[in-house]
Design a protein around this ligand. Structure first.
Ligand SMILES: [Zn+2]
Length: 445
């Protein structure tokens, strides 16, 4: 009898441990590798919020067809637990749709929120509600989003929701998705000042025609990520029922594509501030699991180019995103340009360096050539290294907080993450019948 009781108690405690995760907040820093986090922490001179846990994982990110994933395949892995080919969203490589954890949870009545700083139809958020063979099908994704019935939707991308005849639309048809959303019970919001008035119900908040402004330049009626997260948590937790919230720091990736140290720094800090809001929420709601991870590394960021040095003080003097700077300082006006480089980056650009950069502009094949070269140039002055203007196959960090955090340590595959979250919340991610993660394509082990 005593033995039976012990077994029963043990069983009950296991169930209790597994059933303890009520809410999940899933943070994805797009393009955020270990060094993006570390660099921001160095420049801030403090540990970031996300670093304050012992539960740290290392996540491999390859897709079904290449060692270097894009955001669509990576988003699909992080959302559904299945590898797919680059470019595909919410589908297996053969085109078979797979549901995301958000869709599965929604079908069980769990409230779902998605909060991003890019177009809400961009690859990472789309992987949580969309099923298309090509990530560029953003008009279709907008329709799929409205049909998802998710409770809180915040980001940019208004242009995909308005009919083609309305100025600024990117649609090719006359569908009015905002009207459709209203019919489906959504309150529409397009300004930060309107957020305060929303206290309940489903919300579709689109604060920009395309992406929100970069963190360091965002003003006026576009909210910061932490403000959106605050509101999302208020709405999702209102009735005390379980919820799942995905938050993306969308623009870390783009700054890293441009090899822009200041941009990466400010985007990581904005992302981390939103994580701080979630950690405060979790203090009062200890049955909340917080996962912070990334879809892939961007840029091949490295903390030195040689000589056993990183010029941290030089980096700290940078004052603007390279895109912002190049939009205001025309490289053709030499004296003004050189003065600007001195003012915003504390760099004395030589005549030779100037000529090299000017030549890149003259021979540019894309609009990115000059900003990329300029980002690489200012980085080199601080001995900060980059290997590419694209993604790399580097593993990315995972930081976990709260109940179940211990399940997210060690070497992980990106497909493990949603599967483990679903298991801890007590819901199955069973479609298609729990196949092994697809590890074909580039996979050699
Ligand atoms: Zn990405």
């Amino acid at each position: 009898m005593k033995k039976l009781l012990t077994v029963l108690l043990l069983f009950a405690s296991i169930v209790l441990v597994l059933a303890h995760v009520k809410n999940v907040i899933y943070f994805i820093g797009d393009g955020m590798g270990f060094n993006h986090v570390y660099l921001a922490s160095i420049l801030e001179g403090r540990p970031l919020n996300m670093m304050k846990t012992q539960y740290v994982g290392i996540v491999r990110t390859f897709s079904a067809n290449t060692w270097v994933t894009d955001s669509a395949a990576a988003g699909t892995a992080l959302a559904s637990g299945f590898k797919t080919k680059n470019g595909m969203i919410g589908m297996l490589p053969n085109g078979e749709p797979v549901p995301s954890i958000a869709e599965v949870l929604k079908s069980y009545g769990v409230k779902v929120g998605i909060v991003v700083t890019c177009r809400i139809t961009h690859a990472t958020p789309a992987a949580f509600y969309g099923h298309v063979p090509d990530r560029d099908m953003e008009n279709e994704l907008a329709e799929q989003l409205i049909k998802s019935d998710f409770d809180v939707i915040m980001g940019g991308g208004l242009r995909h929701f308005i009919p083609a005849s309305v100025k600024g639309s990117s649609r090719k048809d006359e569908k009015d998705l905002l009207a459709l959303a209203k019919e489906r019970g959504y309150t529409l919001v397009t300004k930060k000042s309107e957020l305060a008035q929303i206290t309940s119900g489903k919300v579709l908040a689109l604060f920009a025609s395309s992406h929100l402004a970069p963190a360091s330049e965002r003003t006026g009626e576009q909210p910061m990520l932490y403000e959106m997260v605050q509101k999302a948590l208020e709405l999702l937790s209102k009735d005390g029922e379980p919820f799942f919230l995905m938050v993306e720091g969308s623009q870390i990736d783009w700054e890293a594509h441009g090899n822009d140290p200041y941009g990466v720094w400010k985007e990581v800090v904005e992302f981390d501030k939103a994580i701080g809001v979630a950690l405060e929420f979790a203090k009062k709601n200890p049955d909340t699991l917080i996962i912070v991870t990334s879809d892939h590394e961007t840029g091949g960021l490295s903390t030195s180019t040689g000589t056993y040095m990183l010029e941290v003080e030089k980096l700290r003097k940078f004052k603007a995103n390279t895109d912002w700077f190049l939009a205001r300082y025309n490289i053709d006006e030499k004296q003004k340009f050189l003065a600007g480089v001195k003012e915003y980056y504390d760099i004395e650009m030589t005549d030779e360096e100037y000529e090299q950069l000017l030549n890149i502009k003259k021979t540019a094949k894309t609009a990115y050539d000059l900003p990329n070269a300029f980002g690489r140039y200012i980085s080199s002055k601080a001995l900060l290294g980059w290997t590419t203007f694209d993604h790399t196959g580097d593993p990315v960090p995972l930081f976990a907080f709260g109940p179940g955090a211990e399940h997210f340590t060690g070497w992980l595959d990106n497909t493990d993450i949603p599967r483990t979250i679903a298991r801890l919340m007590g819901y199955p991610l069973t479609y298609p019948i729990q196949k092994e993660p697809i590890i074909t394509g580039p996979v050699l082990y």
